[in-house]
Design a protein around this ligand. Sequence first.
Ligand code: UN1
Length: 513
Amino acid sequence: ASQFGMNEALEQLGIKLVNEGTSTGTENFSSGEILDSFSPVDGKLIASVKTSTLEDYEKVMRAATEAFKTFRLIPAPQRGEIVRQFGEKLRQNKEALGKLVSYEMGKSLQEGYGEVQEMIDICDFAVGLSRQLHGLTMHSERPGHRMYEQYHSLGVVGIISAFNFPVAVWSWNTALAWISGDVCVWKPSEKTPLCGIACQNIIAQVIKENNLPEGISCLINGDYQIGELLTKDTRIPLISATGSTRMGKIVAQTVAGRLGKSLLELGGNNAIIVTPDADIKMTVIGAVFGAVGTAGQRCTSTRRLIIHESIYDKVKEALVAAYKQLRIGNPLDENNHVGPLIDTHAVEQYAVALNRVVAEGGKVLVEGGVLSGEGYESGCYVKPAIAEAENSFAIVQHETFAPVLYLIKYSGDVDNAIELQNGVAQGLSSAIMTNNLREAERFLSVTGSDCGIANVNIGTSGAEIGGAFGGEKETGGGRESGSDAWKIYMRRQTNTINYTTNLPLAQGIKFDL
Ligand code: UN1
């Protein structure tokens, strides 16, 4: 990694050999066990992080709840100015942070930069939004009364994020939470703790330079047990959690048990429908990037291609030819398309999926396999695979976080394809490739895709930050990032003001004393 300037990047980001994993902003400490971060790129130890103990956590929560009391008093546009400065710092650190994301998580350098770009974009979005936290005004049914609604800061927001977008998902939450006047406590994935340290070091500069209260951006590190402290904590009105459906169900039940709010971004099982009117060239680009980009480890990765029988062979051949061009290797080397999976456990899951699809009657079209030898020492590099399958196979119904693409044939009308597309438990992203207006509109209609994201003539992954991001069914129902996703970070209040000398009751009720 040193030939890619990784040492300089780590130094710029303030990553030490051993890092304090707990932070209240500029104050860093930690007394828990050591968590080592190994790179899936070369299997080497990058650096270590001291995890948070219960006492560390309590210190964080004290700082956060104290900070909220004053942070909420800063006018929203001034909080926007803080986020603007954070965006500036991200621009200055884009290269270094992008490299760290690529090295610690394993995604291609281009995608690492792309992830930091998403952070910059959400900051810009949030700055503008900081002057637009609008409520509505309504007409009261009573004379001399005014009615309106306003949005107030909510409190401490707990953020639990996953390894696959180790920095962007945090920023989608924090940027909106901060302009809303909330303070954040972040638990990054234990697979990418250094990305968390790096982000915290960047925001710490802004906190220091602006003399902001300690506690508006807090960091904790550890396994699911430290996450559980967040989900159970009645001082935290909102938990935003990204990860598996299994994790989400536990988080949802725990948070609902104390009637807290949760924003869940869970698994996807995303499909592209390819109709007889599809542009095959565009289909191949969208499908290949969707399936092998981030080594198939995006929630929005393309898992299934639902192809009309009349063009099935043509699409299949084009895909197989495209897969032959893929270069697998060190993601820091910009010549490679596909980097490693996050760890050897993910490699096992990948192998299980390929065995299962065959056991269930599927046929492998592009052979998978784990790569070994020079450059593949970490044991995390796998070959992107394609298998022909049925939508009903248990393995096809399951989200495997790896580059395995299932081809499914449909016949007849586009409705048959939509039924297959919707015929899974998850509901995150979906796409249709067609130049037929009727097909496209039916796919987007109420009887069309049941997902939170539905695209025409682009793939399933790579959503822009300006839209609300999230999905239905087992994906958890949460929406973050653009549009009006900010509303979950605030509490809504309806206000009715009487400026007369009478007190008429609503609904015309008479109550004369
Ligand atoms: C995720 O995989 O958790 O739409 C987020 C995309 C990215 C975000 C993915 N903008 O693929």
